[in-house]
Design a protein around this ligand. Structure first.
Ligand SMILES: *[C@@H]1O[C@H](CO)[C@@H](O)[C@H](O)[C@H]1NC(C)=O
Ligand SMILES: *[C@@H]1O[C@H](CO)[C@@H](O)[C@H](O)[C@H]1NC(C)=O
Length: 349
């Protein structure tokens, strides 16, 4: 297991060198659509009544346009995948995008969003995956994007973390953990995911990269709340591992049984081990880079940040730094994190 983690992580180092030397010859797909939660959100929550929004400094301190609503210091994994696919501009958030943008791509992701409807409801407004796919349907119908075009586009989805962090493992506010054991819960999430993906497939999506949930039990927030003083929250990681295994099966199911489906599973779980990252030169893996108030997971506005952001795995108490995102994006685009396809293979096919 550890060996697997390290070889994946080390591969990323080679990939980084390789990517730096790679010239991207223009856009490789006509369009790119992004779905998910705060890890992919680029500003859809900015005008919602929500605690899950970050359009303030120091978020975006390393992003060309400053604080945009991205939950990190710079680019998200989804942003970097767009660059590697040859897009010259970042895919804009659905909120406020011009209708014709649906021909090029939109980002529907929303901080707090999950597979289950009630997930994160204590945070206020957020857009579930179901609603994100509805927004996509509206957008492509309104702009009359031809289905032949939609079949050529790249789609990336990163969802499920909140169904654990802001639902199952928040038993004081949610009752799912008394209704389901971890197997049953993962199964029920998987059924929901399947329903949503069928919908997206029926809207023309074919090349879809589905991101695993990361090692969320090793985020600073979960170490404190669920680690019991022993480091990573093992029960959290174990529950998420079941979800991820089911997701892998779901990808195979689609590839076998759905017309034209080229789905791929992106394993950011095994590659996300803080120990492995330590060997990649990250120095701090157990706390965020920005200033945090006790018990809060988002950065305090306008307070100091760490001196060298590329040494930190985490930007705030739960979200990865741009340096981490870069590793994950490159590993999924060129590397062995994707199976059966890397994303570069998806966009070339
Ligand atoms: C669990 O909570 C939901 C609301 O989130 C509620 O509708 C449901 O009745 C509850 N179920 C049980 C068994 O308490
Ligand atoms: C920041 O950290 C990275 C990784 O350890 C290192 O390569 C870089 O030189 C550091 N930058 C500064 C300004 O210290």
């Amino acid at each position: 297991m550890v060996e697997g983690i390290l070889s994946k992580a080390f591969w990323v180092v080679y990939a980084t060198v390789f990517a730096a030397a790679t010239v991207v010859y223009g856009q490789q797909v006509p369009c790119y659509f992004i779905f998910g939660d705060s890890t992919f959100d680029s500003g859809n929550n900015n005008n919602l009544q929500s605690k899950a929004k970050v359009n303030y400094s120091p978020y975006g301190i390393d992003f060309p346009e400053g604080p945009t609503g991205r939950f990190t210091n710079g680019r998200t994994i989804a942003d970097i995948i767009g660059e590697l696919s040859g897009f010259r501009d970042f895919i804009p958030p659905f909120a406020g995008a011009s209708p014709k943008q649906a021909h090029i791509g939109m980002n529907y992701a929303s901080g707090g969003g999950g597979l289950r409807k009630e997930t994160s409801k204590h945070l206020g407004g957020r857009i579930s995956l179901r609603k994100q796919i509805q927004n996509h349907k509206k957008a492509i119908k309104k702009a009359k994007v031809p289905v032949q075009r939609l079949e050529q586009c790249l789609y990336t989805i990163n969802i499920g973390s909140n169904d654990y962090i802001n639902n199952y493992f928040m038993s004081e506010l949610y009752n799912t953990s008394s209704l389901f054991d971890p197997n049953e819960y993962a199964y029920s999430l998987n059924r929901l995911y399947r329903t949503h993906l069928k919908r997206l497939h029926s809207l023309g999506a074919r090349k879809i990269a589905l991101f695993s949930i990361s090692l969320i039990g090793c985020t600073p927030k979960m170490i404190v709340s669920h680690g019991g003083g022993q480091g990573c929250a093992k029960d959290v990681n174990a529950a998420v591992a079941i979800f991820n295994n089911n997701l892998k099966d779901l990808v195979n199911d689609f590839n076998k049984n759905f017309k034209g489906a080229e789905f791929t599973y992106v394993d950011i779980f095994s590659a996300g081990d803080p120990l492995a990252f330590a060997r990649l030169g990250f120095k701090v893996g157990d706390k965020g880079c920005c200033t945090l108030s006790p018990g809060e997971e988002l950065c305090v506005p306008n307070k100091p940040v760490c001196a060298n952001r590329s040494e930190y795995l985490f930007w705030d108490d739960i979200h990865s730094s741009e340096a981490t995102n870069k590793m994950a994006a490159i590993g999924s685009f060129y590397g062995p994190l994707g199976s059966p396809y890397s994303i570069s293979q998806l966009v070339k096919q």
